[in-house]
Design a protein around this ligand. Structure first.
Ligand code: ADP
Length: 429
């Protein structure tokens, strides 16, 4: 027991004994004890009143004095209060520091509650999203960032990816947004200024598109002269081989320019025009005819259409997907091999399969073959007339149709390219 309480109990016992003694002198022992007990009770009530008064109204830094057990009680309360005051000061300081450092971040941060209402935001978010401190707190974020892509992003609730949007302030500023969930039902919207990257990307795209466009005219002229020379019966015999090589190279260059133009068109095209119901069965049949018209095609090119489901998309882009995959399968499969082109649908979506029994692809090359100009064997690819852009075009077209490309392959055994279309991209006729 703390010493203050021991001496308090001893004092109480002493006082009660004195009360009993004095009461005994007057033949009223109990009365004496009672009076002493009442006096003690009154004294403790008085101190309790002082404590309550101090906690309610008194100056918190002036501890009331007293005697007995009360000074340690006052002191302990004061100690606890001082500790919590210090903790509050530390928290306030920490919040101030956090606010100050968040204010210096080049990236924007917007705190959102479980209803996607704005709790607070830093200076960069204020600037990038044109938010106003006084008005926008408590507003739903989609009411302020009304871009359809952002509204759909929030509604879908899939925050594993970043989305890019024109900045609400207008001009040609762009921002990327990523929602990071944290704590129970809290979200942080991270906003980054990507104007410079978008501008650079646009400049690169425009340059490639313009250069390809400009190169087309002189190439058409050269090809015209080469065709004329090749048909000229009076041309010296020694010219035939170089002329044939020059014609094949200029045809390759024309294909390269066409692919570059198609790729830059795909990169800059918006999501419009992707809603037509495309008959995949008919596309596969036409791809088979194209394959059978290619030189050295495999003897067996089979089509299996297991579903009448159509894909909502752009017919030209979907044709490009099928024709690039089939032309690769044909070019990388020997004549004695086989190519199978299939289409089927299940609850997971639509699946377009192009499988061959050709040369196959090494495991380490598979993740890279959809990169522009990436070839597993440059010499062979060139000799096969490839541009190195076919699969990059396929990947872009599929991305625009929200589809995924799956590649399975074994060197020497063949490859299977499968395009998985999500169920909402299918139309059942
Ligand atoms: P290319 O025009 O050179 O064929 P692609 O982008 O279409 O360019 O393909 C990239 C590379 O992927 C090719 O050079 C080839 O090495 C490999 N490839 C693509 N399809 C197949 C296939 N069906 N079988 C084997 N290799 C393939």
């Amino acid at each position: 027991m703390p010493p203050a309480w021991t001496s308090e109990l001893l004092r109480l016992a002493g006082l009660l004994a004195a009360g009993a003694l004095i009461g005994g002198l007057y033949d009223h022992v109990l009365l004496g004890v009672l009076l002493v007990a009442l006096a003690c009770l009154g004294w403790h009530l008085y101190n309790l009143y002082r404590l309550d008064d101090w906690l309610r109204t008194g100056r918190l830094d002036v501890v009331p004095d007293g005697s007995g057990v009360w000074p340690p009680v006052f002191a302990r309360i004061e100690y606890i209060r001082e500790k919590s005051r210090r903790r509050r000061r530390r928290w306030r300081q920490l919040v101030r520091e956090l606010r100050a450092s968040a204010g210096t971040f080049p990236d924007g941060g917007v705190l959102l509650n479980e209803n996607f209402e704005i709790v607070s935001f830093n200076a960069a978010a204020e600037r990038l999203l044109s938010l106003k401190k006084l008005w926008d707190r408590g507003q739903r974020i989609e009411n302020l960032l009304r871009h359809p892509d952002f509204v759909a992003y929030i509604a879908a609730g899939d925050f594993s990816r970043t989305i890019e949007l024109p900045a609400p302030a207008g001009g040609d500023a762009w921002v990327s947004c990523l929602v990071v969930p944290y704590g129970p039902d809290q979200r942080l919207l991270l906003v980054r200024d990507i104007t410079a990257t978008i501008r650079m990307d646009r400049t690169r795209r425009d340059f490639v598109a313009n250069a390809s466009h400009e190169l087309r005219t002189p190439l058409t002229v050269i090809t015209g002269y080469l065709d004329a020379l090749a048909e000229d019966v009076g041309a010296p015999a020694g010219w035939h081989a170089p002329l044939a090589e020059m014609r094949s190279q200029s045809a390759r260059m024309a294909r390269l320019l066409d692919d570059l133009l198609e790729l830059s068109h795909l990169e800059s095209a918006g999501p419009r025009g992707l809603e037509r119901a495309v008959d995949i069965g008919a596309l596969l049949e036409s791809a088979r005819r194209e394959a059978m018209a290619m030189p050295d095609h495999p003897r067996r090119v089979e089509v299996e259409v297991g579903s009448q489901a159509r894909v909502l998309g752009d017919p030209l882009e979907l044709h490009s997907v099928v024709s690039n995959l089939v032309s690769n399968a044909v070019r990388y499969t020997p004549p004695e091999g086989a190519v199978r082109i299939g289409w089927h649908a299940d609850p997971a979506g639509g699946h377009l399969v192009v499988a061959d029994t050709g040369i196959g692809i090494a495991e380490e090359d598979i993740p890279r073959i959809t990169e522009r100009f990436y070839r597993t064997d440059r010499g062979r690819a060139r000799q096969k007339g490839g541009t190195g852009l076919g699969l990059a075009i396929v990947k872009h077209c599929l991305r625009r149709h929200e589809a995924e490309l799956e590649i399975r392959s074994r060197p020497g055994e063949g490859s299977t390219f499968t395009c998985h279309f999500p169920p909402h991209r299918l139309a059942l006729s």
